[in-house]
Write a protein that binds this ligand. Structure first.
Ligand SMILES: Cc1ncc(COP(=O)(O)O)c(C=O)c1O
Length: 360
């Protein structure tokens, strides 16, 4: 037997591993998970029924073309089916977008800090990440991003609202930026949290993409629609890009449970968006509570808040966990805290208040 191990691609060396939000403790005091930007509401009964009905046939492969879901999305967004592509969560579609555009020698650009999957999926492709720092106010620095475009740039992510800061890019700034991007560079508007936006100056990516062949929009059923565990997301993009996404898709990647639950969710959209409205009210309460306690919090349009705690980050996260809420620390930078159940948000606010009195 040979002693050598199989040759693995060198680009995998040093790849940052994706850190999932820590789960709430199974034992111990009440514990709430505010670490993964999930929807705290349980599945709607009708959505659950659809998924369970699909489960009865899971000896069969799912519909590879996601026909029912594609038709439903086409109608809902007023776009042709040929402009749609689905995947295993929007992170799956994001990876397909990179696979479709960039390889060794190419550059993928995004703001930093932003969604932590971007560096991982870029590195897997062999392309080079170009990370453009957020402004001191934690907003995308679109001028700096436009200045950083080179002949090697193939794809640019604009995460709107940005994970983990919750900050947004508004219409005028985005249009100005897009006017500066060469037409052969794909701009991906990652709108995983779109439904939580209340700022009317933030454009709907689906409107932006219509007149711009180099713009694609990423959406997910994981957040507002509460299907994180079923793994289904989609892109809206012009035909050549949507076609490339179909070529790079893992065959049968979206389960029939996910497809049918997504269709049922679109049909129950009013009810689901009502839940989003309640979460947005809670977000306002948490945001104002923190500001009232003296914290500087970037204005958030997502289902989470960002506290820049610097060196105190890990200590703060530990205090939260002790109190019964698990948050998402980025050591040395800050914590991201998902808006959850009112009781969870109360615990978080009380902990933040006590921590501030003790530490500042
Ligand atoms: C900005 C952003 N994009 C994409 C995703 C991926 O979500 P999913 O793969 O569940 O659709 C997330 C998840 O946290 C996110 O924050």
């Amino acid at each position: 037997m040979s002693e050598t191990s199989p040759k693995l691609r060198a680009v995998l060396d040093g790849i940052p591993t994706y850190k999932p939000g820590k789960p709430a403790a199974a034992d111990g005091p009440v514990a709430y998970k505010l670490s993964s930007n999930e929807n705290p509401y349980p599945p709607l009964p009708g959505v659950m029924e659809s998924a369970l009905a699909a489960a009865a046939a899971f000896n069969r492969y799912p519909d590879m073309a996601c026909t029912g879901l594609m038709n439903e999305l086409s109608e809902r967004f007023g776009v042709p089916v040929s402009h749609l592509a689905t995947g295993t969560g929007s992170v799956g579609v994001a990876q397909q977008l990179i696979q479709s555009t960039a390889g060794p020698g190419d550059e993928v650009m995004y703001a930093w800090r932003s969604f932590e999957a971007y560096p991982i999926i870029t590195q897997i492709s062999g392309a080079t990440s170009v990370q453009v720092p957020l402004t001191p106010g934690d907003v995308h620095d679109l001028d700096a991003m436009a200045d950083a475009i080179t002949e090697r740039t193939r794809l640019i992510f604009v995460c709107n609202p940005n994970n983990p800061t919750g900050t947004v890019v508004r219409r005028a700034a985005l249009e100005r930026f897009l006017d500066r991007v060469p037409s052969d560079v794909l701009v991906v508007l990652d709108e995983a949290y779109r439904e939580f936006i209340r700022d009317t100056e933030v454009p709907d990516g689906v409107e932006i993409y219509r007149d711009r062949p180099n713009v694609a929009v990423l959406r997910t059923f994981s957040k507002a629609y509460g299907l994180a565990g079923l793994r289904v997301g989609f892109a809206i993009a012009h035909e050549p890009v949507a076609l490339a996404l179909r070529k790079t898709a893992v065959p049968f990647g979206v389960s029939q449970l996910a497809q049918d639950a997504a269709v049922a969710s679109l049909r129950a959209e009013d009810e689901l968006l009502g839940r989003v409205g309640s979460l947005v009210c809670e977000r306002t309460r948490v945001y104002e509570g923190l500001v009232g306690q003296g914290w500087t919090v970037p204005e958030t349009q997502a289902n989470f808040v960002w506290l820049r705690l610097g060196e105190r980050t890990v200590q703060f996260a530990a205090a939260c966990e002790q109190a019964g809420v698990v948050v998402r620390p980025f050591p040395g930078e800050g914590v991201r805290v998902t808006i959850g159940e009112a009781e969870a948000n109360d615990i978080f606010l009380r902990t933040a208040e006590a921590f501030r009195k003790e530490q500042y």
